[in-house]
Design a binder for this molecule. Structure first.
Ligand SMILES: C[S@@+](CC[C@H](N)C(=O)[O-])C[C@H]1O[C@@H](n2cnc3c(N)ncnc32)[C@H](O)[C@@H]1O
Length: 413
């Protein structure tokens, strides 16, 4: 697509454009009057009438308000709130589910090629369930307006929409009917569901209904998790991530592994089982509540040691067999990646919820002598632009490795 010379544009102006590639963040590119526009509600290849919603110095934002030539992948959004100016929770309701997964794979691939100079090949995001991509959100934050009504935020605003039903919420959370109650003086309501369907409801920090902890089962292990601890939102994500990580890591009896950003020890538990009583797993986490819940859940695995530390300042041991890291959205950063390479593990398995931050970290690790051996993308957040990437790095040069492989999963139970 030819990008013409940039002309000044204003919020509210409308243009007819050709929609270009989908980029990370749930929007597609277009170039009205030479401006780089991030367009929501569009699909690559479409022509559309767009309306500008925000003007910044380097880019603008816009909504597709009329589709003039629709993509074959366009579908009717299943939620009535998924429209320009509507709910900000979903990005892809108007896109066929299989195409959403192709787009996510392409964005992860493009990120790695652009930031780390490595092509993982075509990788479609793998579905966790054979369903319609609905009813999976087991943790929801509802915003409350001045009148005490709970709803969800309109896209890129603090305005609360009176959404009576979110079709991404699990059926147990929908049954809690948060939006039918009044919440005077409350800022937000949190609903957290465990594996056993029990839902805890919190109004700000006050527990209103259910237990202080929810029970989470992964394979045949059990955690009691505090509402503020990290836990995967899609009910099938935690077991899938464990299976992919353990398949990629292939931890052996007697080995020493690090689990960085360990949360309540989801991955440490299964690394610990694999390395056995002769091995060792150091689970490094900074959030005290997660550490407490993790120590309790993994009390039977004496080979797993929880360490309360900030990964960015913790001194990594100099010799380990393998390292798993699952950092927050911003990634781990150059110093942590350098420390990981300096520990000379035989394998580094990276779990990432942001493909761009991950690709930058990948470039740091590759610059320190590692190569990308295996890569897969999971569709852990259908209807949204979010995804989970899992990658295995090994020591050596990329050119010596051959093509990057998809992770071959062995279900561990
Ligand atoms: C994406 S979660 C992963 C948790 C775990 N692997 C799981 O799947 O349940 C990231 C975790 O890193 C922790 N964390 C964030 N920044 C950290 C830091 N600088 N040092 C240690 N832990 C950190 C968070 O508290 C959170 O538990």
């Amino acid at each position: 697509m030819v990008k013409p010379t940039k002309e000044k544009v204003e919020v509210g102006q409308e243009f007819t454009v050709e929609i270009g590639a989908m980029v990370h963040g749930g929007h597609a590119l277009a170039y009205p009057k030479g401006n780089t526009a991030f367009v929501r509600h569009a699909i690559p290849g479409e022509s559309a009438r767009i309306r500008i919603t925000e003007v910044r110095s380097k880019f603008i934002r816009a909504d597709a308000i009329e589709i003039l030539n629709a993509s074959e992948h366009r579908v009717q959004a299943p939620c009535v709130w998924a429209h320009p100016g509507g709910c900000g929770g979903c990005d892809f309701q108007h896109v066929e589910l299989s195409e959403q997964r192709r787009i996510k794979g392409a964005i992860a691939r493009e990120s790695l090629m652009r930031h780390a100079g490595v092509d993982p090949g075509e990788a479609e995001a793998i579905p966790l369930r054979d369903d319609h991509g609905l009813h999976w959100r087991s943790r929801m934050r509802w915003s409350v307006d001045q009148g005490g009504n709970a709803g969800l935020l309109a896209v890129r605003t603090h305005g609360v929409l009176p959404i009576d039903e979110c079709i991404l919420a699990t059926r147990a959370i929908a049954a809690a009917k948060v939006t039918e109650r009044q919440w005077p003086g409350v800022e937000s309501v949190h609903t957290v569901q465990g594996s056993n369907q029990a839902v805890s409801i919190w109004a700000d920090r006050e527990l209103i209904d259910g237990g202080r902890k929810v029970t989470q089962h992964v394979h045949d292990r059990e955690w009691e998790i505090g509402a503020s601890d990290f836990w995967q939102v899609h009910p099938d994500a935690a077991p899938a991530i464990v299976d992919f990580v353990i398949a990629a890591a292939a931890p052996q009896s007697g080995e020493r592994w690090l689990d960085l950003y360990a949360g309540a020890g989801l991955i440490s538990a299964f690394l610990g089982e694999a390395v056995g009583a002769e091995g060792r797993v150091h689970a490094v986490e900074s959030y005290r509540s997660a550490l407490r819940d993790g120590r309790r859940a993994l009390a039977d695995l004496t080979q797993v040691e929880f360490i309360e530390a900030d990964v960015s300042t913790w001194n990594l041991p100099s010799q380990v067999d393998g390292i798993v890291l699952d950092p927050p959205r911003r990634g781990a950063g150059v110093e942590v990646m350098a420390a990981i390479a300096a520990a000379q593990p035989r394998a580094v398995v990276y779990v990432a919820c942001d493909p761009v931050a991950f690709a930058r970290d990948a470039s740091f690790l590759m610059g320190a002598g590692y190569a990308l051996a295996e890569f897969s993308v999971l569709d852990a957040f259908p209807m949204t632009h979010h995804m989970e990437c899992i990658a295995k790095f090994v020591p050596g040069a990329q050119s010596d490795l051959g093509p990057v492989q998809a992770i071959k999963v062995n279900r561990i139970r």
